[in-house]
Write a protein of this length. Structure first.
Length: 433
């Protein structure tokens, strides 16, 4: 949806200088919300978002929310002292390939500005998310071409002023027209500047640097990068002293960049060694975990088999218990196999006891008969006693003793079995856990 604007646009938060009154160029990029870039003649870039006012009564009431300001170095300062910025109109050009980058052309050369916020807004638009959340990534400024050694013209001749520019070869080459000369600038690949470093460094936290190792390296390279040393195209009338100062400052700056690169290389080597050690330890841990996993799997299989066996036994016991309870609480309880066997044994013993009692009665009758016969014979023979020889007396005593022992044992067993049967026949109330 295109915004329809009428009247002046308000900018907030408020500023003492009202964000300057010498704006020289304006550029609109992005979609929702669009990013409006305002350039002042002193080299200050204001990045603003076009948003609706809180008290807006219609969609035509829009305002500019300033989210960032970027200062450009107009000219290569060789004096080493802060100079008062001079007025220099700044023209803004979009990058036709990279929507997050634009170019600034002024009397002292060309700057390239990369705005990560634009990429963030595109991600939010693709994800249909209205919350931008905390975002602290600053814009990246590269001084591509310098045509003046300071903010003012100290040479005899006028400095070379860029008249226009054009991008070819997928934004890898920037052609700048300097008077009657065409200058070719090879742009630094954007991959050197990660547009989402927060996502990369999430899992690489360091105790000394909570922001993450990759963010620390990226910040170090960004603060001391070769982009701070632009391509120099000075006017023919530049004095030898100015050339010497430019050369000296360039050598000093490149030495700093080289030291930074070496320091970063050492940090990366140390990090790589640490990562290798960590990877080795992790591989050992993984091997140990896989071994433990195999052992646990075997144990789990054994436990599962034991569980199935116990489950089957439990089911059998439950079924048996159900049968016992069913027989216990039924009106005509049946006897188990063991009880039936005991009952048959008891019946057999009772039959034997009856037979023994009959034999005993018969023996008693015979004994009584022998006594009677002996008495009669005694009277008949004139007081002569009946005489049993010793072998016959022993046989009779042995038979009588055996019969008495068997009768005593059978009597005890009958009492015990009667007691067991009486206890088994009495229903008992069972309780299941």
């Amino acid at each position: 949806e295109k915004a329809l604007l009428t009247g002046p646009l308000r900018m907030f938060p408020s500023s003492d200088d009202n964000y300057g009154s010498d704006a020289s160029s304006i550029l609109v990029t992005g979609k929702s919300p669009p990013l409006v870039i305002l350039a002042t003649s002193t080299g200050t870039m204001y990045h603003t978002l076009l948003v609706s006012s809180e008290e807006a009564e219609s969609r035509l009431d829009k305002s500019l929310l300033v989210v960032e300001s970027v200062e450009l170095d107009i000219g290569f300062n060789i004096s080493g002292q802060d100079e008062i910025p001079t007025a220099s109109p700044v023209l803004l050009y979009k990058d036709p390939i990279d929507v997050a980058r634009y170019f600034c052309i002024h009397t002292a050369g060309v700057h390239a500005v990369t705005v990560p916020l634009i990429s963030k807004l595109h991600e939010i638009e693709e994800e249909n998310d209205s919350d931008i959340g905390p975002y602290k990534e600053e814009s990246i400024v590269d001084y591509l071409l310098c045509t003046n050694v300071s903010g003012t013209n100290t040479s005899v001749n006028e400095p070379l002023v860029p008249l226009g520019c054009s991008l070819i070869n997928l934004s890898k080459n920037l052609f700048v027209l300097l008077g009657d000369e065409l200058c070719n600038i090879q742009l630094i690949p954007r991959m050197l500047y990660s547009m989402a470093p927060q996502d990369i460094g999430i899992g690489l936290q360091s105790p000394l640097h909570p922001e993450g190792f990759l963010l620390l390296i990226e910040r170090t390279l960004r603060e001391n990068s070769a982009s701070g040393c632009p391509l120099m195209k000075l006017a023919p009338g530049t004095t030898p002293r100015e050339w010497f100062e430019v050369f000296t400052r360039t050598i000093t700056y490149l030495s700093t960049v080289a030291r930074t690169q070496k320091s970063v290389a050492l940090q990366l080597e140390a990090k790589a060694s640490s990562v290798k050690v960590t990877i080795t330890a992790l591989k050992n841990d993984i091997a140990s975990l896989l071994k433990d996993k195999a052992e646990l799997k075997e144990s789990a299989e054994r436990i599962a088999d034991s569980y199935e066996e116990l489950k089957e036994k439990q089911a059998a016991l439950i079924k048996k218990l159900e049968n016992v309870m069913l027989k216990t609480y039924s009106k005509t309880p049946g006897l188990s196999c063991r009880e039936m066997s005991a009952l048959e044994n008891l019946n057999s013993i009772e039959k034997r006891m009856e037979r023994y009692e009959k034999d005993l009665g018969r023996l008693k009758s015979n004994l009584q008969y022998y006594k009677t016969v002996t008495k009669d014979n005694t009277y008949s023979v004139g007081q002569k006693a009946m005489y049993f020889d010793e072998p016959r007396a022993k046989v009779v005593k042995k038979q009588l003793s055996s019969l008495m022992t068997d009768i005593g044992d059978i009597t005890k067993r009958i009492k015990t079995m009667k007691l067991s049967i009486s206890q088994a026949g009495t229903p008992t109330k069972l309780s299941l856990p």
